[in-house]
Design a protein around this ligand. Structure first.
Ligand code: ARG
Length: 468
């Protein structure tokens, strides 16, 4: 097939080079956005009198046909084409002759591809946000059911202080809220229209860049044509925001993996979200969460890939930049896949309240509360800390715990101890008393749930409605 740019060349490009250069296998997925961009461009060309209204209308009508045919599978992408932009243009030219050839007036593939990626990623970002919204709603639902499910809170993976399962779950809700906020922020800079930057130096035609920006629902046109075609910051920012979402999912996955081990047994995954072993009949493996933890690594790799690909490039467009798509698409695909698998996994898992409570009842996680008891009776915290440490040692020696240590033993260490100590160090008291803002008490967590729902609404409300 003769290339669009064949005029300058006296022989055919080697077929291996053609195959090497071709990007349609991965940019083909942008066909809808490419066509929408071309419809805006053709409309502008007609409005500004750069092509006739008749040509403009014919182009728009045929572009719509092509879109419909590809959507319906009636028109197949030609994998021998150089890229999606060339493919669509060649179909138009085949069908409309001269008129088809006029579409590329006052445009270059450089501003075209910069436009397409922004349009494509803008829609994908909205989808990721909507998955995050589902995730947060599911987390709030789980938390609502478990405001009084006591579990151990950990530091260094050692039992530390009692919390509730709701409190633990709502910590993740905050991470995902920040993720939505970050995506909103990424969208702000993504949502500028590079169309009309031309190859690098704009154009001599009297185009109207603000008009196309508005047609395509961008907040403005990019300011500098060199930057317009060579900026991929929005890909890097998106991949970076996605890396953080994946990092959150990976930490959560790690906890799920621990929690469904026999050593913890805080939860059990639904059979539909776990897998068996080919040899060990007793096994029920948390493959999904392990795979999410694994995929986090490749998405961080995608982000690195984009940064290193860009770091040495002179202005403006360089072919290296064609590599942006596979990296950023991989990040987008994987985060969507992980979120949409993880959400129902959480929704369907069983929570073993008793096991959580039993784990909290061991390990002296009420030792801080025992020390606080003495402080409330007038002792300095450091002294109270030391006495409680001694009591813990005594419990270990006597193979008992603070709840069951006789009052005489308490009194032998400090006269301030009385029978009310047992009430003060009971697990429920320990949790209920931690009612500081953001704390684990049922009341504090209910407030966190309300706050989260309000913030979620605000974050999604402040966002633009793009749907193209
Ligand atoms: N397929 C190319 C890409 O993805 C489109 C831009 C080509 N521009 C060029 N000057 N060769 O980057």
């Amino acid at each position: 097939m003769a290339m669009m740019w064949a005029g300058r060349f006296s022989k055919e490009v080697d077929s291996k080079v053609n195959a090497f250069n071709s990007s349609i296998s991965f940019d083909g997925r942008m066909y809808g956005h490419d066509i929408i961009g071309s419809i805006a461009h053709a409309t502008m060309l007609g409005k500004c009198g750069i092509i006739s209204m008749e040509d403009s209308e014919a182009l728009v009508a045929e572009l719509k046909n092509v879109l419909k045919e590809i959507d319906e599978g009636k028109l197949q992408l030609d994998m021998n084409a150089e890229d999606i932009h060339m493919f669509i243009e060649s179909v138009l030219t085949e069908r409309l002759g001269e008129t088809g050839k006029r579409l590329h007036t006052a445009r270059s593939r450089n501003d075209q591809v910069a436009l397409d990626i922004r349009l494509y990623l803008r829609d994908e970002t909205e989808e990721i946000k909507s998955l995050l919204k589902n995730m947060i709603n599911v987390l709030c639902d789980i938390a609502e059911k478990h405001t009084d499910t006591v579990m151990p809170g950990y530091t260094h993976l050692q039992r530390a202080q009692p919390i509730t399962f709701a409190h633990h779950i709502m910590a993740y809700a905050q991470m995902f809220l920040r993720d939505i906020d970050r995506l909103n922020d990424v969208e702000k800079r993504m949502n500028q229209c590079p169309l009309g930057s031309g190859a690098l130096a704009g154009t001599t035609y009297p185009i109207d860049r603000d008009f196309t920006a508005e047609l395509l629902r961008f907040s403005s046109a990019t300011v500098n044509s060199l930057d317009g075609v060579s900026d991929r910051d929005f890909c890097i920012e998106l991949a970076s925001a996605i890396s953080l979402i994946m990092t959150h999912l990976s930490r959560f996955s790690e906890e799920i993996i621990l929690w469904c081990s026999w050593e913890f047994k805080f939860i059990e995954l639904d059979d539909a979200y776990a897998t068996g072993s080919s040899i060990m009949p007793q096994k029920k493996n948390p493959d999904v969460t392990e795979l999410i933890r694994g995929k986090c690594a490749r998405v961080i790799g995608d982000n690195m890939n984009l940064l290193t690909m860009m770091k040495g490039l002179p202005l403006a467009y360089n072919k290296d930049m064609q590599e942006d798509k596979e990296a950023v698409f991989d990040a987008v695909d994987n985060v969507k896949l992980c979120l949409s698998t993880f959400i129902p996994l959480l929704e369907t898992m069983s929570v073993y309240r008793e096991n959580m409570r039993n784990a909290a009842a061991k390990g002296f996680i009420n030792a801080t509360d025992c020390a606080d008891y003495l402080v409330k009776k007038g002792m300095a915290f450091r002294d109270a800390y030391k006495i409680t440490g001694g009591l813990v040692a005594l419990c270990i020696e006597k193979k008992t715990d603070l709840e069951h240590l006789p009052i005489e033993d308490y009194k032998s260490r400090s006269e301030l101890f009385d029978n009310d100590v047992y009430e003060s160090i009971s697990l429920d008291t320990c949790v209920n008393m931690r009612s500081s803002k953001g704390g684990p008490s049922p009341e504090s967590v209910r407030e966190q749930i309300n706050h989260t729902k309000k913030t979620l609404n605000k974050l999604l409300h402040s966002a633009h409605n793009y749907v193209t």
